[in-house]
Design a protein around this ligand. Structure first.
Ligand SMILES: C[S@@+](CC[C@H](N)C(=O)[O-])C[C@H]1O[C@@H](n2cnc3c(N)ncnc32)[C@H](O)[C@@H]1O
Length: 276
């Protein structure tokens, strides 16, 4: 990969994904893109730049590229303290407003579905909401993981933090996999969305809470700011934002206030004067 190709590719990647490869990371980027070059049957990075610039191939290649730039690591009941916070004081605050509609929660980088399904199970288990009283929206940039999520059948690694009782109640074993039962699935709606696509983001409205965990770490700070400030517009006036435990809004934005919960932090949208 020449210096010029490196710069051209990293600029495209920064614009499209918010992931920045500095000068010291040329080799890392090169080795990641080599996987895509091989799959696309191309012999040079110059040809690969062409693939990304060509309007006919750009969109589908961008989708494929995501899987080599980020990882899809996830599992059921990840960061349980946050799930406890959700069905504890967060739910209490949301219900205080008595919304005359089902509760709306968005899992904004849902990978293969373990996160949104965990949210649905946790809300069902809480006993505080009737069936039909909540909706889980779940999106990811990658079609591949969304297809897995819709299939709803998982191997043992996905259950590394799942209690056996939960497994029995909500899944049925089929071969060496565990298939999710239908009553959990019907609470979750999947769709494809790139968090950097402002137009697509604008279609999402009035969420009571957003889970965006373990994806901001891939973005540079300006992109993190752009995404979480867009989330503020997708939330209800006092909605909640949950980030991964290695992610924080410190030095990123002041649109949210951090709220300390047992073993975790939850962010809540601030009401600013004159702002709805
Ligand atoms: C490490 S997984 C996190 C899954 C889940 N939130 C969790 O914490 O277990 C990161 C996910 O972010 C998705 N992702 C990366 N960049 C994205 C973007 N720009 N828009 C939407 N999703 C993105 C990836 O496809 C991947 O599935």
């Amino acid at each position: 990969m020449s210096e010029g190709e490196f710069r051209a590719l990293r600029d495209m990647i920064r614009e499209e994904f918010g992931i920045f490869y500095d000068d010291g990371k040329q080799f890392l980027l090169q080795s990641r893109l080599a996987v895509r070059l091989a799959k696309a049957g191309l012999e040079s990075f110059e040809a690969y730049c062409g693939l990304l610039r060509n309007p006919r191939t750009r969109e589908s290649e961008i989708r494929e590229l995501t899987s080599v730039l980020t990882n899809n690591e996830t599992y059921f009941f990840r960061e349980r303290a946050q799930l406890r916070a959700l069905v504890g004081s967060v739910l209490e605050e949301i219900l205080k407003e008595r919304p005359a509609r089902p509760l709306r929660i968005w899992s904004a980088a849902c990978s293969s579905g373990e996160e949104p399904y965990s949210l649905a199970i946790t809300l069902m288990e809480s006993g505080r909401l009737r069936n039909g009283d909540f909706e889980i929206y779940a999106s990811d940039i990658s079609d591949r993981v969304l297809a897995l999520a819709q299939r709803g059948s998982y191997q043992s690694l996905s259950f590394r933090a799942t209690e056996p009782g939960m497994l029995q109640r909500y899944f049925e074993p089929i071969g060496n996999e565990q298939k999710l039962k239908g009553d959990v699935k019907r609470h979750v709606r999947f769709f494809r969305l790139n968090l950097l696509d402002e137009q697509a983001m604008a279609a999402v409205q009035a969420m009571d809470a957003i889970f965006c965990r373990n994806v901001l770490i891939y973005f540079d700070r300006p992109t993190q700011k752009r995404v979480v400030e867009s989330f503020a517009k997708r939330l209800t006036q006092r909605g909640f934002l949950f980030l991964g435990h290695a992610e924080s809004l410190f030095h990123v934005t002041d649109l949210y206030e951090p709220i300390l919960q047992p073993d975790t932090i939850v962010y809540r949208r601030r009401v600013k004067e004159g702002r709805k």
